[in-house]
Design a protein around this ligand. Sequence first.
Ligand SMILES: NC(=O)c1ccc[n+]([C@@H]2O[C@H](COP(=O)([O-])OP(=O)(O)OC[C@H]3O[C@@H](n4cnc5c(N)ncnc54)[C@H](O)[C@@H]3O)[C@@H](O)[C@H]2O)c1
Length: 338
Amino acid sequence: MTAPRTVMITGGAGYIGSHTAKVLRRAGYRTVIFDNLSAGHREACLGAPFIEGDIRDTASVRRALRDSGATAVVHFAAWLVVPDSITDPAGYYRNNVLGSLATLEAMAAEGCQHVVFSSTCAVYGEPVSVPLEEDHPTAPISPYGQTKLAVEQALPHFERAYGLRSIRLRYFNAAGADPEGELGEDHTPEIHAIPRAFDAASGGSPFEIFGEDYPTPDGTCLRDYIHVMDLADAHLRALQRLEQGGASATYNVGTERPSSVRDVLAAVERVTGRTVSRRSSPRRPGDPATLYASAARIRAELGWVASRPALETIVADAWRWHSTHPRGFAGTARTEPA
Ligand SMILES: NC(=O)c1ccc[n+]([C@@H]2O[C@H](COP(=O)([O-])OP(=O)(O)OC[C@H]3O[C@@H](n4cnc5c(N)ncnc54)[C@H](O)[C@@H]3O)[C@@H](O)[C@H]2O)c1
């Protein structure tokens, strides 16, 4: 019997990273989570080996790679609040770009040659055409999107010089939660539409609809909500492809189904049986009317398909976790590594 391969997951105490770690462990990998807990939760590691460290510190990343024997990295660690990236571009470039470069440098030094990188549809900027295909021009509007594109663009240089192969996954709007109820989304402040709608439905501040005069069927923005377990599956397939000797590549990960803000609120009301209080606010600068993916490339090349594409399913899974964890991971028993 061969020993399980070890994968280091930067940002694995966060939302998408913790779900992906669970899916990788179920597929037979050993996971080591590397996270500075700036936004993540120790409880989200579910008892898997955890190293508290910062990706900006090459020496710590090197030590973690060496000590864990990791043969690949799934690199989630980043900050992702678009408005914060506008007020603090220095911090965002330092964390997302310098942090990623330090991680890649550590990988090159330790001979760890496979990386799956968390990118975003924010690299496209204002769409020229939808659905967005990977060859669509990249022109990010926000510093956040720029930081992700900068790392994408560095990766081919690391491949030429150090042999480091990469798959860049451009996620659309991550949503939903582990259907088994162990993991979910716990961001402070909460920036994503579905958990914000839950808060509004549970007596919190009204849900702000930013712009109701877009050229869309109901006037609100259209987005592509992708179940976090489907995202996790895309990482598993990407990792396996790299291990099989597959070439570096860039893939969108989305359902190809646009849903409006009003569709989200209606789904939340159906699932929770509660009314979502709401108020109308002006458009936010840099919010395109319509963003949704073409996932044709990842379907054809990695055999990936969204297994939970319905908004209703995404909202129901998210609500199961949210309603049983009203304070997020606070109050969840912490499992220590065995
Ligand atoms: N959530 C989305 O809808 C979405 C969409 C597109 C792309 N992404 C990308 O996916 C990744 C994960 O997003 P998420 O929603 O899970 O975010 P998250 O904030 O829940 O997770 C990010 C994790 O990275 C950690 N981290 C941040 N900076 C670090 C550093 N310097 N050193 C070590 N750890 C650090 C945080 O503590 C956190 O646990 C990010 O790279 C993000 O840009 C997310």
